[in-house]
Design a protein around this ligand. Structure first.
Ligand SMILES: Nc1ncnc2c1ncn2[C@@H]1O[C@H](COP(=O)(O)OP(=O)(O)OP(=O)(O)O)[C@@H](O)[C@H]1O
Length: 261
């Protein structure tokens, strides 16, 4: 078998022959092979139910792959367990469609939650964060386009776009080596979706972190990603820059023709 142990070849992530079956004999992912460069935005597009979320979640092990390898930072994430998996996971920031904020906590506390994987339990329990973590949380509030007036606002008082900005800041708080975003704009209006995608793309460059995003909106994927991966029926059917994504590819990915006219 080929061995993809090291990212010394310049990839941040290498996925080899990844298979996921929720039911035995019915693979949702049918042997995915992918490499993600250490910078830039990669968008995964494809019809509903084709396995985009499953793919993203197999990377950080919110879903356990059935077989295959996920090489990241010198380790096969698919093979890790317990403490090793927790350590590896904290290097991967995750942004969710429904934000996954703690509603009754303030913006700053939600952002500081990004450090939970690093802090000893007693600090978490007493909510005593290190001054440098608090300072970084303040910096990130501005970096994601909010201002200091948001610091003490509770998460349940925010709009969808503001919540997603907090979700992104929380992921960045981990100082991640890779960011995953699972349909981060699906609950947002078109203008806010564009702003959030532009923000992710700007942060990918500024924070020098590769970002992999599942997204339904092909126009937004084209606008913000340097690379598009088209999934259909659990397999990669397109992999290239936005300029190379043509009508025929969209027909292959989504099927049919009428919707494209
Ligand atoms: N926990 C689960 N148990 C069983 N089947 C699941 C589970 N999660 C997802 N599936 C199935 O796996 C397939 C792929 O789902 P997945 O959510 O990965 O697709 P997707 O491309 O992200 O879809 P969408 O764009 O609608 O979110 C679907 O048929 C779905 O019903």
């Amino acid at each position: 078998m080929m061995n993809f142990e090291s990212p010394a070849d310049g990839s941040a992530l290498r996925i080899h022959n990844l298979v996921k079956e929720y039911r035995a004999g019915q693979p949702v992912l049918k042997g995915i092979n992918l490499e993600v460069a250490p910078s830039g935005v990669t968008a995964i597009i494809g019809p509903s139910g084709t396995g985009k979320s499953t793919l993203i979640r197999c990377i950080n092990r919110l879903v356990d792959p059935t077989s295959g390898e996920v090489w990241f930072d010198g380790q096969d994430l698919a093979a890790l367990k317990g403490a090793q998996l927790r350590l590896a996971r904290r290097k991967i920031g995750m942004v969710f469609q429904e934000y996954n904020l703690v509603e009754r906590l303030s913006v700053i506390e939600n952002i500081l939650c990004g450090r939970l994987g690093y802090a000893p339990l007693w600090r978490v329990w007493l909510r005593r964060f290190l001054p440098e973590d608090v300072e970084r949380a303040f910096t990130l509030i501005e970096r994601v386009g909010l201002d200091e007036s948001f610091v003490r606002r509770r998460a349940d008082q925010l709009s969808g776009g503001q919540r997603q900005r907090v979700g992104i800041a929380r992921a960045l708080m981990q100082r991640p080596r890779l960011m995953l975003a699972d349909e981060p704009t699906s609950s947002l209006d078109p203008r806010t979706s564009t702003e959030i995608m532009d923000l992710l793309s700007e942060l990918a460059e500024r924070e020098r972190v590769p970002v992999v995003i599942n997204i339904h909106n092909v126009d937004l994927a084209r606008r913000c990603a340097g690379r598009i991966i088209g999934l259909a029926n659990g397999a990669v059917v397109f992999d290239g820059p936005p300029e190379a994504l043509e009508h025929a590819h969209l027909v292959e990915i989504y099927g049919g023709e009428g919707w494209l006219q």
